[in-house]
Design a protein around this ligand. Structure first.
Ligand SMILES: Nc1ncnc2c1ncn2[C@@H]1O[C@H](COP(=O)(O)OP(=O)(O)OP(=O)(O)O)[C@@H](O)[C@H]1O
Ligand SMILES: [Mg+2]
Length: 460
């Protein structure tokens, strides 16, 4: 397998080469000039460009320079007439993969092309291996003990090998990017680029040229021709993180990519066909954004064909022990430690905590604990202070159960707790609950808990 572009202004030569390569099982394309070749490199995204050196207007070396200046990756093989070896050497210096001298021999052509493809493959593999540790997260890396997460994993499996657009919703740190990567690396696009774009992080004036690329003079300062991130991700997946922060005008261009499957560089005339899968994520309420005129409704409907809702960690506490084990193992490996687990009070604290930063927060708590831990298990000492948030927040975060609560019972519990903490000094207990002594005493009497009456001498 491999995509090869043949460039030659001589029709017969061009056709013969194209046929030889097609017969060999390659996807072969042909261009009759350097200009045409530049366009085709963008549209067919070849692995190898086999070009004649001498052509009118743009010659082979110029073509190669153009391709490279646009950040394209194909290996370039130059074909030179017998005797013009010096220009071939020059071409090699400028980064050509190899050169062939005419008259061409079929076997020599095929051999060189195969070598170029192998090298490209090796380079790609190498890049992948380097990234593997962090980037190639597959579905197996997703901890999913809870019912909701098991469902999420099922959806991921179902949509992975389609090109369907997916919208992922969830608070910060709930695993939106992890899910996106699992979809990409579980799909046939896995060997193609995965590009994550944080729409909120790129300044608005740079965003469009980053995404869509630009032609020289498209705006002040745009001197070079450049491919955008969408073009560069051709064949792969683009992750639009924080899509709720995208300006309206840019939203309409994204919609165009979804509908027409083409992009137009800023200042460019021709639309460029691309094949990318889009996965979007946000923790904003997009329907509210639509009502406020900040998000396009038509784009929203295109994006949410499949929606994955990642609940906050506090709503899927069954995942907590497993996640703890997962991260413990990860950081044991990273720091070369052998911590066996977390002590019971630690697990209890984990299970009760409301995790405002969700899984990301849990990961960093455990990372730090593993680093600090001197014993064989993580104790409260290592997580002390890490789980602190305002308790008020924690109480406010509690959801009322469906069956409701008994308010008076709660009130009485609080009165008792305050009294215990104040060592039965009613004035102190009142202060703890932010009430006057009179109010406290009145309620305390009403509760009539009896066995712990306040010390008389403390009553002011
Ligand atoms: N179910 C899970 N199993 C294992 N690891 C997880 C899980 N969910 C999240 N993580 C890990 O938690 C960290 C945060 O996840 P991720 O970056 O995907 O969250 P996010 O939703 O994109 O967050 P943000 O909104 O802050 O960008 C990552 O290191 C990720 O690998
Ligand atoms: Mg993220």
């Amino acid at each position: 397998m491999g995509v090869i572009l043949v460039v030659d202004d001589e029709p017969l030569q061009r056709e013969i080469l194209k046929n030889i390569l097609s017969d060999e099982g390659y996807e072969a394309h042909a261009a009759s000039s350097g200009e045409e070749a530049v366009k085709m490199v963008r549209s067919v995204n070849p692995d190898v460009v086999l070009t004649d050196l001498k052509m009118k207007q743009i010659d082979g070396i110029e073509l190669m320079e153009k391709i490279k200046s646009e950040g394209e990756l194909p290996a370039v093989i130059l074909m030179t007439a017998f005797g013009s070896v010096s220009s071939a050497v020059e071409a090699m210096k400028k980064g050509a993969f190899d050169y062939l001298t005419k008259p061409l021999e079929k076997e020599m052509v095929l051999l060189t092309v195969r070598r170029a493809l192998n090298t490209a493959e090796l380079l790609r593999k190498n890049r992948e291996l380097r990234d593997a540790l962090y980037d190639k997260i597959g579905i197996n890396e997703i901890v999913c003990k809870s019912g909701v997460m098991k469902e999420v994993v099922k959806v991921i499996q179902k949509v992975s090998d389609t090109s369907v657009t997916v919208l992922i919703l969830g608070e910060s740190g709930t695993g939106k990017e992890l899910v996106t990567r699992a979809i990409h690396f579980g799909s046939s696009r896995a060997s193609k680029p995965f590009t994550a774009i944080n729409c909120a992080a790129i300044p608005e004036n740079l965003l469009e040229s980053e995404l869509f690329g630009c032609e020289p003079g498209a705006f002040t300062g745009a001197s070079a021709r450049r491919a955008g991130l969408f073009e560069a991700s051709n064949g792969g997946t683009v992750f639009l993180d924080e899509i709720g922060d995208l300006p309206l005008l840019t939203q309409s261009k994204i919609l165009r990519i979804l509908q027409e499957k083409e992009v137009r560089r800023l200042g460019g005339r021709d639309a460029i066909r691309i094949d990318v899968r889009i996965i979007a994520a946000t923790n904003k309420d997009l329907e509210k954004e639509i009502k406020n005129g900040r998000f396009r409704e038509d784009l929203y409907y295109r994006l949410r064909i499949v929606t994955i809702d990642l609940p906050p960690l506090r709503e899927r506490r069954e995942d907590i022990p497993e996640l703890a084990g997962h991260f413990l193992e990860k950081y044991n490996r990273e720091f070369g430690k052998r911590i066996r687990g977390v002590q019971e009070p630690v697990m209890k604290a984990f299970l009760e905590y409301h995790w405002p930063g969700n899984i990301r927060q849990m990961e960093s708590v455990i990372e730090r604990a593993v680093l600090m831990c001197e014993g064989s298990t993580v104790s409260m000492k290592e997580i002390k202070g890490e789980l602190r948030t305002s308790q008020k927040q924690e109480i406010l975060d509690l959801e009322l159960p469906d069956e409701g609560i008994n308010f008076e019972e709660f009130e009485n519990e609080l009165l008792k707790k305050a009294m215990a903490k104040a060592n039965n000094v009613a004035a102190k207990a009142a202060k703890l609950l932010g009430m006057s002594y009179k109010t406290f005493w009145y309620r305390w009497e009403k509760l009539n808990a009896g066995n712990s009456s306040p010390k008389k001498e403390d009553v002011p």
